[in-house]
Design a protein around this ligand. Structure first.
Ligand code: ADP
Ligand code: MG
Length: 678
């Protein structure tokens, strides 16, 4: 609401509690819409509530001393009465000055909106009434009307501030589910610990697709990093020994040991906080429509008010006082309060509903896309399957397994974890690996005693020049171990389909959405999973860049595509898709690339997501239609167009109608609360 205001972190406007919107053109996290003073969301809500109660208290005596109150109780008028009214109204006016403050911001930014209207109405009403107090000939006063208006608006703003705080709280809750653990290196051993256990001086292993948990210096290994969160540039930056890494920088391909020196505020926990505030600042597209409608409404209201002021005295022979009353009623009734509440109330409830259903919507503006997706493209490993591989068979000698385990100790892939665990159980100790590189979607490579080794899929091996004959086909996930000349052994693994996957696919089909599966795994495994789940299209042995191309190809057929994935190899496709959904238990790159995160890693939540988006969008449209539609009738009525038929709105009835329309909008949003998603 105050676009000229900006602060260097996201959050809420301390004055009105509205969310700050980050300036997309600026890569750093500068957000506009804020004042210099710092006030948190709950404080803003508290501020409005306090004002509301004070005004409530003042309204009672004001009502008693107003003309209608006096008539009701039946005492005779006395000389000082208008001055008492003036006194009380002035105090109320003082508590309503906050709206003038907002109007000043609107006008300064040339974004005339509700506050401009409210201030005009309240200001004109107050001045006019004051004049009438001193010149009784004017015969009119609006003290009670403008005070009621201030009262209603304070409450509306309280609700608004409170609801955006509630959404923030819900998001903060869900963010707690996201933090991953860090791999702490201690006495040559690597153990996983919670992020808050890290201390300055600790050494952590950062694997492909993972974020550095804090600032630090690389003490071994090398990798390309994505530092887009700092520099705004997503071009990979190569880093090696002695180089600085910043908390939140994503390791793309290698694995490094980082000695941490800035654990705390700026570490990954802070990053998650940032993610949450970013989530709060994104708005559904439909919000823009509402904002535009509010702007038009403001101008229309001003035009109608001025016309009423001119036309009634000049062409209908009415008094100026009569025309003024109508003009003020117009401004009051057109006040786009319902319009301001229409979308935020729905998105607040939607956010909370989403959180309760395992969904973290990072980017609210994707809601419109989700509701109309045609194709859901799912990754297999880690998305449809549990990603908890068990080793079923090992062939080749012990050194093959040792080599594989040593390399995989640097990998973040679920297959890697399974192999490391298996070797551990066999009492096989991993050895030092240098020049480790992740080959996303295929496997990994690294050197042991200066000899280069490869572990990975059949695709990797054929790429390395080995013939198909050396690679027997089985319907298991197979990892081969090789040096540059020969295949040293193979490990067979099997994974299990998540129990919820079948229901998820059925649910999607029921919603009329087609389902495809993309996997880097071999065609045999892919087919068996695809058949078991009833998936429409299966693509196997797909490399990361090909996942992206498959998505693009579907899009070129005019289809809206949702991509769901967990791995390093899914990130490009997640970004390319119309909407990207990341598995919460997946890698940091995937979570970063996705617009929505499944915090429970349950594929069934995709069905809930689409249902939610459809319902929420419908509510938003309903609210918008109501908020705009009511003005179509109310505005002409307020301007006195229906006077010939005996219908005339007084300012207080106008204020009442205006608040009634807000109540309806809020009540309509609240019906969402009862929605069952699964
Ligand atoms: P999905 O696309 O189904 O999630 P991935 O693309 O992550 O599967 O993996 C595809 C295949 O690449 C795996 O089945 C495996 O054969 C191989 N692979 C990937 N990463 C590794 C690794 N770290 N170690 C061994 N093999 C790997
Ligand atoms: Mg995967």
């Amino acid at each position: 609401m105050h676009p000229e205001v900006s602060q260097d972190h996201s959050g809420r406007c301390p004055d009105c509690g509205m969310d700050l919107v980050s300036e997309e053109s600026v890569p750093t996290n500068h957000s506009s819409h804020d004042h210099s003073s710092m006030m948190s969301g709950p404080q803003v809500a508290g501020n409005f509530l306090r004002r509301f109660w004070i005004v409530t208290g003042l309204l009672v005596p004001l009502a008693l001393f107003s003309t209608p109150g006096m008539n009701l109780i039946g005492y005779t008028d006395f000389v000082f009465r208008p001055y008492i009214e003036l006194g009380i109204a002035t105090v109320i006016f003082y508590f309503g000055l906050i709206f003038f403050e907002h109007a000043r911001h609107e006008i300064a930014a040339r974004q005339y909106g509700m506050m401009t209207l409210v201030s005009l109405a309240v200001g004109a009403g107050y001045l006019f009434s004051t004049a009438a107090t001193f010149f009784p000939a004017l015969q009119v006063e609006f003290y009670l009307e403008i005070s009621t208006l201030i009262w209603v608006l304070l409450f509306g703003h309280y609700l608004e501030a409170k609801s955006s705080t509630a959404a923030g709280d819900a998001l903060a809750e869900v963010a707690k589910l996201l933090p991953k653990q860090a791999h702490l290196v201690k006495n040559g051993q690597t153990i996983d610990v919670d992020l808050d256990q890290l201390r300055d001086g600790d050494v952590v292993l950062v694997k492909p697709g993972e974020k550095s948990p804090a600032d630090g210096v690389i003490i071994s290994g090398s990798a390309n990093f994505n530092e887009a969160h700092i520099s705004g540039e997503s071009r990979p930056v190569a880093k090696g020994k002695q180089d600085q890494v910043i908390a939140g920088a994503i390791c793309l391909d290698g694995s490094v040991q980082v000695k941490l020196n800035q654990v705390g505020e700026n570490s990954t926990i802070g990053q998650i906080q940032k993610l949450v505030s970013q989530a709060q600042t994104t708005k559904p597209q439909i919000q823009k429509l509402a904002d535009r409608a509010a702007k038009y409404l403001t101008f229309t209201a001003l035009g109608v008010a001025i016309s009423a002021l001119v036309i009634w005295p000049l062409f209908a022979g009415q008094t100026f006082v009569f025309a003024m009353t109508l003009a003020i009623t117009v401004l009051v009734i057109a006040c786009p309060h319902a319009l301001g509440l229409a979308i935020p109330t729905v998105s607040t409830i939607a956010t909370r509903l989403a959180v309760a259903n395992g969904l973290f919507i990072k980017n609210m503006s994707k809601l419109e896309v989700v509701k109309s997706v045609d194709y859901v493209v799912l990754d297999k490993t880690g998305t449809l399957t549990a990603g908890e591989f068990g080793v079923t068979k090992v062939s080749g000698d012990d050194t093959a397994l040792k080599i594989a385990a040593s390399l995989e100790a640097h990998s973040s892939h679920v297959i890697g974890a399974a192999i490391v665990k298996y070797a551990e159980n066999q009492k096989i100790k991993p050895v030092t690996v240098t020049d480790f590189r992740n080959l996303a979607g295929k496997g990994a490579t690294g050197k042991i005693n200066r000899v280069q080794y490869f572990v990975g899929s059949a695709k990797l091996m054929t790429d390395r020049g080995f013939s198909q004959k050396e690679l027997p086909q089985v319907d298991k996930t197979v990892v081969y171990i090789a040096n540059s000349k020969k295949i040293l052994g193979q490990i067979q693994l099997s994974d299990q389909i998540k129990p919820q996957s079948k229901e998820a696919i059925n649910g999607l089909h029921q919603l009329g959405v087609k389902v495809a599966m993309l996997t880097g795994d071999n065609p045999q495994v892919a087919q068996s999973v695809g058949q078991a789940l009833g998936i429409d299209k299966v693509f196997a042995q797909v490399l990361p860049e090909k996942k992206y191309e498959h998505v693009k190809q579907l899009q070129s057929q005019g289809l809206k595509v949702m991509m769901v994935g967990d791995g390093v190899n899914d990130a490009p496709a997640l970004t390319q898709a119309n909407v990207g959904v990341a598995i919460g238990a997946g890698t940091d790159v995937a979570v970063e690339a996705g617009d929505i995160v499944l915090t429970r890693s349950n594929p069934q939540d995709i069905v809930s997501l689409i249902r939610l988006a459809r319902r929420v969008y419908r509510k938003m449209v309903e609210n918008l239609i109501w908020a705009v539609g009511y003005n179509v009738v109310a505005l002409p009525a307020a301007a006195g167009l229906f006077i010939p038929w005996g219908i005339r709105l007084s300012p207080e009835v106008g204020a009442l109608l205006m608040s009634l329309s807000s109540v309806i909008v809020v009540a309509n949003a609240l019906t969402l609360k009862r929605m069952r998603l699964s």
